[in-house]
Design a protein around this ligand. Sequence first.
Ligand code: ADP
Ligand code: MG
Length: 308
Amino acid sequence: MIPPRNEFELINSIRENAKMHPGLVLGIGDDTAIFETLSQKKCLITADMLMEGVHFILDERPAYLVGRKSLAVNISDIASMAGKPLLAVISIALPKSRANNFVEELYQGIFDLAEEFEISIAGGDTNTWNGPVVINVTLVGEEHPNGSVLRSGAQPGDWIMTTGAFGNSLAGRHYSFQPRVQEALRLQDEYDLHSMIDVSDGLSADLYHILEESKVGAILDASQIPIHEDVTIAQDSRNPLEHALGDGEDFELLFTLSPENGKRLLENPMFDAKVSHIGMITGKQENLIRMEDGETVPLLKTGWEHSS
Ligand code: ADP
Ligand code: MG
């Protein structure tokens, strides 16, 4: 990408580099893009905005990773519905002081991930101001043929399962994570998933979202929670389980399904990402965690309630 000199050159350069995947009839350059839905499938639509100073600090991370993350968090939302991402619309507010190579790097992060997931960049908006960098990505996806997986479908008796491992994503994974699109598609191909969410706020807080929407409770098994090796390099006094339950931005899938299907899934691995059975949905609206010593204590959005 040639470093652009002004807004028009910037848009032109984005236009030249943005790939068009099937369905996108008209891309960047007109007043709107035109997209042809290739089937009767329903569309999924989501947006996430990242703000400098709140969601990222540019002195710490290169613009490439910030661009990548701005798209990746949206892909993860489509994955959590078991959908397939199709096209993105990207709006950016840029400080006048930012050098051209900043935008180039930012967009390279977006383009590389878009290419990997065959997402078309269909358009956007570009403004400059004296404030910090703000990036909003709107992502459109396609519903899975077997339907979308909502937060509200968890049923008493369901197994609670996860992909991957949790804790201390701040070590770097919160920028470099791989959205679980393929895993979610495969799961929804083979199993009747009852509910699903991607873990952004934290394993415990996001489980609460499922429980509240489904009007059920849960009991987790502390010994089964997959803890990421990154927690060993965490610079604070919290223990590994506290990190796994509370940190967030792991962008793994948290889902529920019947015990029969849960067992079948554990016995027949479908992909490389580790799948764990971490607990069970209950009919009582009470959220608990069984600790390693066998004691059962209330599960909080941030972790658990210490008994002493
Ligand atoms: P308009 O004044 O009609 O909104 P713009 O000059 O804002 O047109 O945009 C021109 C074209 O460039 C449009 O197709 C728009 O979607 C696209 N575009 C503008 N900014 C971006 C961006 N940051 N990323 C991708 N496409 C963009
Ligand atoms: Mg515009």
